[in-house]
Design a protein around this ligand. Structure first.
Ligand code: B12
Length: 420
């Protein structure tokens, strides 16, 4: 057998032994499977500062374009920067810059000095890390800042970035759990920085992060939870030289995410917008590569109407609920609460509040992910002290907020004042 024939044979064998070799990126083959997500984002009317930028990015990275929808979300972003871009957090501004770039509006970025503005906000994050040991916001947003500054040729120090994203527990963990979203954003940002200016420390950080992300892979292919999987996929798309091809089956992850769409897992526009780029086989590093040639396009998405549940008298379920202040070691007794089947966590909190106002009163703030619990029993969580009310069921942190998580009979529910 000639050498070339041997090579052919070896290649053929590798192909079948390691099918994941083929899959540096993988994308949903049928556009129709993404139609419910496209429809969710296009119809979104949420006014929060990160929703329009996330949606515009998702629309611009999609294979099928909808110019009308792009214009709507672009106008919303323009209005926001005209009104009050000084009040935005660093990550919110970074997302706006990324969205304007994806929509070929770099002139607006220049006219409003958005990159310079982001450089200043980023510097404040760095100063806060240097003096207090943590950013003003969080490392997810610092990752967004670096990504936007890198893609738009802003000023930053490569060695400082290697230091910021080094392999430290407190950078990537919330409540003892590795934050896949934060790690994935860091991989995207560091990959951009490293492609411009290779640096051994940054490479070692990427390698460590990729391993951590792969360690969070579940048997069904989900990485972290279903809401971090899209961003984890993006991170793995751009870092294939850091892992063995047989250590991640991209197609399995893709199929699992696709199978969750009809279950309504991405009902919130922000959730749909965050997962869409990965399902299109794209990453946030593609934002500067989007074609700026204008072509007319309007998506005619027809999604099946949701089946209205027939109204039957609802049976009640019973759960227990308690409030724990893990910072001051204060634990309340659990109380038993009865709510209609299908109720969300917030409904249980309302029922508990009606039962004992002093102990269970609570306040919320609305955000793109629904209601964010800000205080319970008169104790306020504080960004300054890095405390938050963590939500748990059967001692496990929830992967959804109080307004989305549907409770089950017998659940032991808890809100726990925790540190992040
Ligand atoms: C940092 C972060 C946090 C921080 C936020 C505080 C801070 N000042 O940084 C802390 C650790 C407190 C936190 C808490 C929670 N989080 Co969180 N968080 C994130 C993360 C990694 C980044 C958010 C961010 O900065 N985005 C970028 C900026 C520019 O956008 P922003 O709109 O200004 O961000 C604000 C909101 O996102 C808000 N926020 C953060 N998490 C959550 C969760 C809910 C339910 C709500 C309503 C708001 C909210 O805080 C951000 C900063 O002010 C995202 C990951 C992601 N992919 O989005 C998860 C994420 C949004 N969080 C999530 C969850 C589930 C929670 C918790 C419910 C976890 C728990 N079991 O308790 C709690 C909220 C409980 C409550 N009190 O209501 C999920 C939401 C999924 C979903 N379908 O609802 C995400 C997507 C992570 C994931 N993959 O599971 N979170």
């Amino acid at each position: 057998m000639r050498a070339s024939q041997w090579l052919y044979l070896v290649g053929f064998l590798l192909f079948f032994l390691f099918p994941a070799h083929l899959c540096e990126t993988c994308a949903a083959k049928q556009q129709a499977s993404l139609a419910p997500l496209m429809s969710t984002v296009i119809k979104s009317k949420q006014p929060f500062p990160t929703v329009a930028p996330r949606i515009l990015i998702a629309l611009r990275l999609a294979r099928q374009q909808d110019r009308d929808a792009e214009t709507t979300f672009l106008n919303e972003i323009k209005q926001r920067i005209q009104q009050r871009h000084e009040t935005l957090t660093s990550g919110q501004l970074a997302l706006i810059i990324l969205a304007l770039t994806a929509a070929c509006q770099t002139q607006i970025v220049a006219d409003y000095n958005l990159v310079e503005n982001l450089e200043q906000k980023f510097q404040k994050e760095v100063d806060n890390i240097d003096t207090h040991g943590h950013p003003l916001t969080n490392y997810y947003q610092v990752g967004l800042d670096v990504l936007a500054l890198c893609l738009l040729n802003g000023t930053y120090s490569t060695s400082k970035i290697a230091e910021l994203f080094s392999q430290k527990q407190r950078t990537y963990y919330f409540g003892g759990q590795f934050s896949v979203d934060t790690g994935a954003l860091a991989v995207l940002a560091l990959t951009c920085v490293n492609r411009r200016n290779p640096d051994k420390k940054n490479e070692s950080n990427i390698s460590w992060l990729v391993k951590k992300i792969l360690d969070e892979k579940k048997t069904d292919g989900t990485i972290g939870n279903i809401y971090s999987t899209g961003e984890a996929m993006q991170a793995l798309f751009v870092s294939s030289e850091y892992y063995r091809k047989d250590s991640w089956d991209c197609d399995q992850t893709l199929q699992t995410v696709l199978s969750q769409i009809p279950q309504g897992r991405f009902r919130l526009p922000i959730a749909a917008a965050q997962v869409l780029p990965a399902l299109e086989g794209k990453t946030y590093l593609d934002i500067t590569r989007v074609s700026c040639r204008s072509s007319p396009g309007h998506l005619n998405i027809s999604t099946p109407k949701p089946v209205k549940p027939t109204s039957q008298p609802k049976e009640n379920i019973s759960v227990t609920y308690r409030v724990v202040d893990s910072i001051n070691d204060n634990i309340n007794d659990s109380t038993s609460i009865s709510v209609p089947k299908g109720s969300v966590f917030l409904k249980v909190m309302e029922a508990a509040q009606a039962k004992n106002h002093t102990m269970f009163r609570f306040t919320t703030e609305s955000s793109e992910w629904g209601a964010y619990i800000t205080s319970v029993g008169g104790i306020q969580a504080s960004n300054k002290n890095r405390t938050y009310w963590q939500l748990l069921s059967n001692n496990r942190p929830l992967s959804q907020g109080a307004e989305s998580f549907v409770v089950s009979n017998g659940d032991k529910l808890e809100v726990r004042l925790s540190q992040y």
